[in-house]
Ligand binder design. Sequence first.
Ligand SMILES: Nc1ncnc2c1ncn2[C@@H]1O[C@H](COP(=O)(O)OP(=O)(O)OP(=O)(O)O)[C@@H](O)[C@H]1O
Length: 293
Amino acid sequence: MKKIHFIINPVAGKGNNSLSYKHLKSFFNKEQYQIVIKQSTHKKHAVTLTQDSVNEQADVIVACGGDGTINEVASCIVGSNIILGIIPLGSGNGLASNLKIPKNINKALNLIKAQNTLLIDSGVINERYFFSNCGIGFDAQVIKNYESYKHHTLKSYIKAYFKTIFQKKELVDFEIEINDTILQVKPFMIFTSNSNELGYKISLTPQASLQDGILDIVIVSKIGKIKTLLVSILMLFKKHTLLKEVKQYESNKLVIHKNNKASIETQIDGEFYLLQNSQASISILNKSLRVIS
Ligand SMILES: Nc1ncnc2c1ncn2[C@@H]1O[C@H](COP(=O)(O)OP(=O)(O)OP(=O)(O)O)[C@@H](O)[C@H]1O
């Protein structure tokens, strides 16, 4: 008997997400599968629900939501034999898109039934995991503004993006250790990615692979409003590296020190998170998460 637990974020994406036992029964017969459905009722609730499912010896835990929900579920099963399933119900769905998981629920359920799996890498930033990407600077501020809106849609991302451009924020000096080199920068953004997609088919690291044990890093040095718009437009055509302020690196580790010793504002898989110290150590665990794709 295979135990499949579905953890649903009802507010991800357009919201009102649900799955019924009746619907799931048409995919998973009761002779072969034991199905459990759980719904998160608040932020980070998927973590406790997943921890319970781990204790209940689930074989497959399906994150039904966006990158934030996947992060909460996957963080509990990295390095275990439990398989991650994904039903992309989020707004951006960056990781699901990289894994070519269809947004159509029935097609995604068929994939879960077929259970072809892939071992993917997991990123680590201090005490937290990430599976898509994490960032410091502009992207973290966009996410902070985005989370302040009631509705989480592409329109809210665009609103948050313009709000961030026009927000006055002093850039701070950072020291970044990467590939035995120390960079002294006043960065506009330090973006580290495991996946080749941010969401909505947009990418800063189109060459990234989920399985290569390598982090794809984009460091953008200080730029003004016009260049911010230019980077964004070039990014839509995957040409952002044409700007001299945009530098790309590949490494399995980087250490970031904030010179003013203050805590570091980050985004981790599209969720705002405050690192409580002035240093961020980012690394990768090669092929540490088994996921259905
Ligand atoms: N019942 C709930 N009420 C409020 N927030 C919730 C609830 N359940 C989960 N959350 C939170 O919703 C947030 C957003 O989830 P998620 O990232 O999956 O969706 P999304 O932002 O629409 O998608 P994406 O990240 O792909 O753009 C997460 O921080 C999660 O903790």
